[in-house]
Design a protein around this ligand. Structure first.
Ligand code: FAD
Length: 391
């Protein structure tokens, strides 16, 4: 019998495994792929803070960016460059592998090329390279990504909305210091071009509708030679209950990706650390009922609940804006005073600090008021009636 079994060896699974093993729990990680970190389903853009959360060496860093250039389909631009490192572009395969290695070095056991295929009470069934197996656990941590098999097997309600993400590495020359953001490349999300170094970029787009066709249209402006093509899923909105049946749901399995950007490494790892702390406390008290597990929700809500909630609200507002609205907004933001605010308060992982500052700026209030007054007020009506992202 293992104290804890973790399904999935992405950043959330390995972070949870390392923390559980470090606390002395017997820890088993089940990963369906033979090589941890592959296939890569990520643009690899991580803030310095998010990268720090991974606790890995700098080997996976491909490039460092100092700011961003926002370009609308109508041709308006907004550039903000801090002139100092703001984010890293990483090789997610290497990063995930290093995180798993760190967990294994701490004492966690890994079974790769093995998938979770059944759960009953305290028994996990797997199939894979060693055939069909059964393992007993005291507590289970689901870190098996956006299509979580564990959530499906346990009949948990999932995130309501899923976006499809498509990206490719292409030969393309762009400013190596600036991430490119294309805010209206899709009606409900955005496109990006991330410099990977000299003459190479990672271009991509996420959308809830027709992502393939939109990506084909978006990618035409870059290059037709696609070296590496990736598709993936981004869940939006945390699942209504992130615990139950002796199980804690973390990372994309729990719907923890940030609704404002789709980035899920930072929030996934934060959720996984809270899950590990609760797993340790449950094992110490030998209590695995829902009351004992529920402290997980208190922990993650105190830490990242606010940012997920405001991100979801922003996402809902963004969905109602048309390309001409976005273009006007970008033109309004292109003001030295506002760019200074962006540079001072901008934080990829905690954008609410900047949003609050922007909402106090008369120029921004003016544009938002004229553009989206009805949309904006309906958003606040939603706020008082509760938010499906974080109840
Ligand atoms: C196109 C795209 C671009 C993105 N870009 C960024 C970005 O730039 N920055 C950022 O922060 N985030 C980005 N994300 C989101 C980010 O990739 C995820 O939020 C992050 O990987 C979540 O980590 P995780 O550990 O929860 O899940 P995952 O990384 O998905 O790991 C889940 C693991 O579980 C395994 N698994 C699944 N099912 C089973 C099973 N039944 N049995 C055993 N193992 C199983 C999988 O093989 C996988 O290894 C992007 C996502 C997409 C789709």
């Amino acid at each position: 019998m293992y104290d804890v079994i973790i399904a999935g060896a992405g950043p959330a699974g390995s972070a949870a495994a390392q923390a559980c093993a470090k606390a002395g729990l017997s820890t088993l990680v089940i990963e369906e792929h033979g090589t941890i970190g592959y296939p890569i389903q990520c643009a690899g853009l991580l803030s310095l803070t998010a990268f720090g959360e991974c606790g890995v060496s700098k080997r996976s860093i491909l490039n460092t960016v100092t700011g961003a250039k926002v370009t609308t389909s109508m041709g308006s631009n907004l550039v903000f460059d801090a002139g100092k490192p703001k984010a890293y572009v990483v090789d997610r395969g290497m990063l995930d592998f290093e995180m798993a290695q760190a967990a294994a070095d701490t004492g966690a056991e890994f079974h790769t090329k093995t998938s979770v295929c059944g759960i009953s009470k305290t028994t996990l069934r797997t199939r894979g390279i060693h055939g069909r197996k059964e393992y007993s656990f005291r507590i289970l941590i689901a870190a098996d990504g956006p299509r979580s098999t564990v959530a499906r097997l346990l009949g948990m309600q999932r995130a309501k909305l899923y976006l499809a993400g498509i990206q490719a590495d292409v030969p393309f020359t762009m400013d190596e210091n600036l991430a490119g953001i294309y805010p209206d490349a899709a009606p409900d999300f955005f496109g990006y071009a991330i410099p990977l170094g000299k003459n190479r970029a990672r271009i991509g787009l996420c959308s809830g509708q027709n992502a393939k066709e939109r990506f084909a249209a978006f990618s035409r402006q870059f290059a037709d030679k696609k070296i590496h093509l990736v598709t993936g899923t981004v869940p939006l909105g945390v699942m209504p209950r992130t615990y139950g049946h002796r199980t804690l749901f973390t990372g994309d399995a729990g719907g923890f990706a940030k609704p404002i950007s789709g980035g899920g490494v930072y929030t996934g790892i934060r959720s996984a650390r809270h899950a590990a702390a609760v797993a340790v406390s449950c094992c110490e008290q030998d209590r695995f009922d829902d009351t004992a597990l529920s402290s997980y929700e208190t922990l993650w809500k105190d830490d990242i609940g606010g940012l997920l909630e405001s991100g979801y609200r922003f996402f809902r507002l963004r969905r109602r804006l048309f390309p001409e609205d976005i273009d006007r907004l970008i033109r309004a933001l292109n003001d030295p005073e506002i760019i200074n605010l962006i540079l001072q308060y901008g934080d990829m992982d905690r954008p609410s600090k900047l949003l609050k500052q922007l909402m106090l700026n008369p120029a921004v209030i003016g544009v938002l008021g004229s553009l989206v007054r009805p949309k904006f007020f309906s958003l606040f009506r939603e706020r008082s009636s509760g938010n499906p992202a974080v109840r």
